[in-house]
Design a protein around this ligand. Structure first.
Ligand code: ARG
Length: 253
């Protein structure tokens, strides 16, 4: 019995120690890949977007200051695993494989993988991707899922926008990427269009190291508070939907 209590206490100590590390220097370090509008992208010297703003408020609720570390998307989970970052927030889709290496917070957004093609393309839906050359961002769910498309050739790019550029230049037949960045890229570029049918349905969550259960609870509590107070929806509305453009020009001014 004593042994069990001792073991339980050690467990608790380890957990609070991990939480104390980030609290000690007063920062919450977030790993992201800021090439993903409207979730995270560069605006001048700043990284802005839904994830950046939500993370800043989560940090505030925890009494910490947010510090964003920009890196390649295929490094963000490793960054939390190694303790280089406290959280990873990058429009990260929850998958069974990823759950093996990190913990996920409650999901905060629904998402889809969508298909972008040239305006005059014969590709009209997911079934037409068979045998085609498909551009994706390296390490994303788009990358993972197109593996299953029969006879397709997959071209992997370090940034989603580079895949879109390859499409515009006729180097790939289609791009599979998350719906909201897809909309932004299609809006900003001539000659390409978004297909109606989504390729997959997914959900985004914040990734946290497996051994940091305490931070997981704190982040979930903060997310719940932000949803309840309406602050979460305010941020989303600023970047997505009918009022998004207005808000954008306001921030630019
Ligand atoms: N939702 C996709 C995934 O989790 C793509 C996320 C890409 N995010 C980024 N910030 N580049 O794999």
């Amino acid at each position: 019995m004593k042994k069990m209590i001792a073991a339980a206490l050690t467990g608790i100590m380890v957990v609070s120690l991990a939480a104390a590390v980030s609290a000690e220097d007063g920062t919450l370090v977030m790993a992201t890949n800021a090439e993903f509008p409207p979730y995270e992208y560069h605006e001048g010297d700043e990284i802005v977007g839904i994830d950046a703003e939500v993370a800043a408020l989560v940090a505030e609720e925890l009494g910490l200051e947010l510090k964003i570390e920009d890196m390649s998307f295929d490094s963000v989970l490793a960054a939390v695993q190694s303790g280089k970052a406290d959280i990873a927030m990058a429009g990260i889709t929850v998958t069974e494989d990823r759950k093996q290496v990190v913990n996920f917070s409650d999901t905060y957004m629904k998402a889809t993988q969508m298909i972008i093609v040239a305006e005059d393309s014969e590709i009209a839906g997911p079934d037409d991707l068979v045998g085609k050359t498909i551009g994706v961002q390296l390490g994303t769910t788009g990358d993972i899922y197109v593996e299953d498309v029969e006879d397709a050739t997959v071209e992997r790019f370090s940034k989603g926008f580079e895949a879109v550029q390859a499409l515009i230049q006729g180097k790939v037949d289609a791009v599979v990427i998350d719906g909201e960045p897809a909309k932004v890229f299609v809006q900003e570029n001539e000659g390409i269009k978004l297909l109606d049918d989504p390729f997959t349905e997914e959900e985004y969550a914040i990734a946290i190291a497996k051994d940091n259960e305490e931070l997981l609870t704190q982040v979930n509590d903060a997310l719940a508070d932000l949803k309840e107070s309406g602050k979460f929806d305010e941020i989303v509305d600023k970047y997505i939907g009918d009022n998004a453009d207005e808000a954008e020009s306001e921030t630019e001014a």
